[in-house]
Design a protein around this ligand. Structure first.
Ligand code: ZN
Length: 336
């Protein structure tokens, strides 16, 4: 199914210059002038987007190349091989045909920095939690004490819910990290359900053996208080091995949010935007480096105006993606 907003990523001219084809990232083909339609990849379920095209010398066909190096042939374009499925993580960016059409070159871009990395994202709460108190109120063991399975989360005075904010940032972050080659594990697929419990959220990310993880929240703090806080785990046995890397990651997240979002560090919680916490299942039960971010205070009018805005949500996701990339690529450097 064609998506109407897929960007055009390539073009090729007909042999006499009397027309041309455009190709969109989803494989859709647009013909102009004397360019004939020889088929498209618009109806295919593509693993990776189309990134370029080349026409055969007589204009009777064309090749499309996808970001994974896969080649699609149409009309009289012959298949001469592909780089698809080689899994080298270097994205294809263009295809060019030889003059006689007996072959083609593929051009590759820079390697994806997060290829092979797994990132856990837990958007706190869920959109229907308020309708299921019997489920979310059930006690669960958070590693130190009993706490509720989940809560409804907070909301802005306008009624805009924290659960919606958390999910929007998570989806933006998933897209940013995916573009860098990471595999993303989300603890809930949408904002229309109930739960899961905070303990289940922790085990989803632990079981995925994520390289790093973020729990995304916004706070319901004192109305006069502003700003974001990065909460980090405190050693309890289960999480001992990830205390140090989580603290390093927390600092990177704090710095990225401060530089990239316009949201100040909290005026009422933590020190310079950082706060160790021993009362949260997501941090007590983690076996992967993780922080929980209160991205701002939904009960404060200035913060709330930022939190509900898609521009701020994308900026927060971009900052988080930068922190994840900085953390994971620093980890990849050889130890001195
Ligand atoms: Zn929350």
């Amino acid at each position: 199914m064609r998506s109407p907003d897929a960007p055009v990523v390539g073009m090729a001219a007909t042999p006499d210059g009397g027309g041309y084809w455009l190709v969109a990232a989803d494989g859709g083909i647009f013909t102009f002038g004397d360019a004939a339609f020889h088929g498209s990849a618009g109806a295919l379920q593509l693993n990776r987007p189309i990134v370029g095209m080349a026409a055969t010398p007589d204009g009777g066909g064309y090749w499309l190349v996808a970001a994974d190096g896969g080649i699609f042939t149409f009309g009289d374009a012959a298949f001469h091989g592909s780089a698809g499925g080689t899994g080298n993580g270097v994205p294809a960016v263009a295809v060019a045909a030889t003059p006689d059409g007996g072959g083609y070159w593929l051009a590759f871009g820079a390697p994806l920095p997060l290829l092979g990395k797994i990132v856990g994202i837990d958007p706190g709460h869920n959109g229907q939690n308020y309708a299921a108190p019997q489920f979310i109120d059930q006690p669960v063991w958070n590693g130190r004490a009993a706490e509720a399975c989940d809560t409804t989360g907070t909301a802005a005075d306008s009624g805009y819910s924290e659960a919606q904010f958390n999910f929007n940032v998570a989806i933006d972050l998933q897209a940013d990290l995916g573009a860098e080659g990471a595999q993303v594990v989300l603890t809930r697929p949408d904002n229309a359900g109930v739960g899961p419990c905070v303990t289940t959220r922790a085990s989803i990310i632990d079981n995925a053996r994520a390289d790093v993880a973020v729990d995304i929240h916004a706070d319901g703090g004192p109305p006069a208080g502003r700003g974001f806080t990065v909460l980090e785990p405190v050693a309890d046995g289960t999480n001992n091995a990830v205390i140090e890397p989580s603290a390093l990651f927390a600092t990177m997240v704090r710095n990225a949010l401060e530089a990239g979002t316009g949201m100040p560090t909290s005026t009422y919680d933590g020190v310079n935007g950082l706060q160790p916490r021993s009362d949260l299942a997501g941090l007590n039960l983690t076996t992967v480096p993780k922080v929980l971010i209160e991205c701002g205070n939904m009960r404060n009018a200035t913060d709330a105006a930022l939190l509900v805005s898609p521009v701020f949500q994308q900026a927060a996701a971009t900052a988080l993606a930068q922190a994840v990339t900085a953390y994971l690529t620093a980890q990849a450097a050889p130890a001195s």
